[in-house]
Write a new protein. Structure first.
Length: 134
């Protein structure tokens, strides 16, 4: 079963005065590092996850994902009403994107190998789920 620690784990680096988004960002950074430190994900998955997370942080107003890991992969995911979006980082450096509209039944997916590209199709689906007012 995936370990949903990112939602629950407190970090020593968190300050009660930090804005909630800053706290969540630090929890996710710590979560990725902890998953690597405990051997649950490889260094390559950890580095890819950190790189992807940094790129996500550059998208204005984007909400931070929840995260989990199992079987060597790391998953970022968002849920917003009927919309669900995932970025799955595999040990072989494959990155899968998955979107589901739970109301219409629409399903979309894409795969990247090696260099991750947040092309327009990925950004369009991500923004449905992870932007305020989406």
């Amino acid at each position: 079963h995936p370990k949903f620690i990112a939602r629950l784990q407190n970090s020593d680096r968190l300050a009660l005065t930090d804005p909630p988004q800053t706290q969540k960002k630090r929890r996710l950074e710590d979560y990725i590092q902890n998953a690597y430190s405990t051997g649950d994900i490889t260094e390559s998955v950890s580095l890819s996850a950190q790189s992807i997370f940094q790129r996500l942080c550059e998208i204005p107003d984007l909400s931070f994902p929840d995260a989990s890991y199992a079987g060597g992969f790391l998953l970022f995911f968002w849920d917003n009403g009927t919309h669900h979006f995932e970025i799955e980082i595999e040990p072989d450096q494959t990155v899968y994107y998955f979107y589901e509209n739970r109301t219409t039944g629409e399903i979309w997916s894409k795969e990247d190998k090696g260099e991750v590209s947040f092309d327009q199709s990925v950004l369009a689906k991500l923004k449905l789920v992870a932007l305020p007012g989406a």
